[in-house]
Design a protein around this ligand. Structure first.
Ligand code: AMP
Length: 284
């Protein structure tokens, strides 16, 4: 595996691969790799000749009150995991390599950035869209793989690629879970043992909500209330931010679930200082 830390070197390397006819995939991450990230790499390998993984903890997507400085950065472990999964190039820039002192250009999506996660984290998606644009310009991929775990981020990237005409195919990857159903996340490491046990309530509530929909419930608000109730009655440690049902094609919130339409049921729930996201995708 080739390690690159410099923007110009990454651009030149990608350019040479493209000129030699290779199909490039990029898998953007913030490191602290787990099997969810590695599943993205496995999917990327099925679609491309060369897989570039990026590891960069992007300060722009953290609010001042959030965990940017304490975000885990186990780089040697990440490097070994990426290599063993068959990553061809690991792009790992330092902070000042991506953001020069007078950096002042941002990519912002008006509508999708403001709702759900964006309501609670108002500058988050501007940070995501900006860094993803930069990583696309630096790694020059044909395809990019993003996890459905961050469903709103996936939709944001899809819209940005369409709106700004990036010539890149976005491939979604399903959520990887622990044996007890908890969605894998670098932030799970922050959970206390008690919170970790309680956090399985999210997946269990999603499974029950799907059952409720299958048994005929079509009122989106009722499904969301039921889902949150399942969580808060399973554990006192859970403090839900929201449950919402959105169409997968445009991320608009549903009122009445329509037959033949695909939706995400999205959850954001706090356990102490840790915010966990989870969701399930279903067709009515
Ligand atoms: P992060 O390092 O948290 O920024 O995540 C990098 C990429 O991995 C994003 O596209 C995430 O959606 C994806 N990802 C994170 N956790 C999971 C998971 N449990 N299953 C699948 N993809 C994931």
């Amino acid at each position: 595996m080739k390690l690159i830390e410099n923007v110009r070197e990454m651009q030149q390397y990608s350019e040479s691969l493209r000129l030699s006819g290779k199909r490039l995939a990029v898998v953007p991450t913030m490191g602290a790799l787990h099997n969810g990230h590695l599943a993205l790499v496995r999917l990327a390998k099925r679609h491309a000749d060369v897989v570039v993984m990026t590891i960069f903890v992007n300060p722009l997507q953290f609010a001042p009150t959030e965990d940017f400085s304490r975000y885990p950065r186990p780089f040697e472990r990440d490097k070994a995991l990426a290599a063993s999964e068959g990553v061809d190039v690991l792009f790992h820039p330092q902070l000042n390599e991506l953001y020069a002192e007078q950096f002042e250009t941002f990519v912002a999506l008006d509508h999708i950035s403001q709702k759900l996660e964006g309501k609670i984290r108002p500058t988050h998606f501007r940070g995501v869209a900006t860094v993803v644009s930069k990583l696309f310009n630096i790694t020059k991929p044909h395809i990019a793989v993003f996890g459905e775990k961050d469903a709103q981020q996936l939709m944001l990237v899809r819209k940005m690629v369409r709106d700004l005409n990036f010539d890149i195919e976005i491939i979604p990857a399903p959520i990887e879970r622990e044996a007890d159903g908890l969605a894998m996340s670098s932030r799970n490491a922050y959970l206390s043992p008690e919170e970790r046990r309680a956090a399985t309530a999210l997946f269990q509530a999603l499974v029950l909500a799907e059952k409720k929909i299958r048994s005929g419930e079509r009122n989106a608000e009722a499904v969301c209330a039921y889902t949150l109730n399942q969580i808060t009655s399973a554990t006192l440690l859970a403090k839900p931010d929201y449950a919402a049902i959105v169409r997968t094609d445009d991320f608009e919130e549903a009122v009445t679930l329509q037959e033949g339409t695909e939706y995400f049921l999205l959850l954001a729930v706090r356990f102490g200082n840790v915010r966990l996201l989870d969701n399930c995708r279903f067709v009515v």
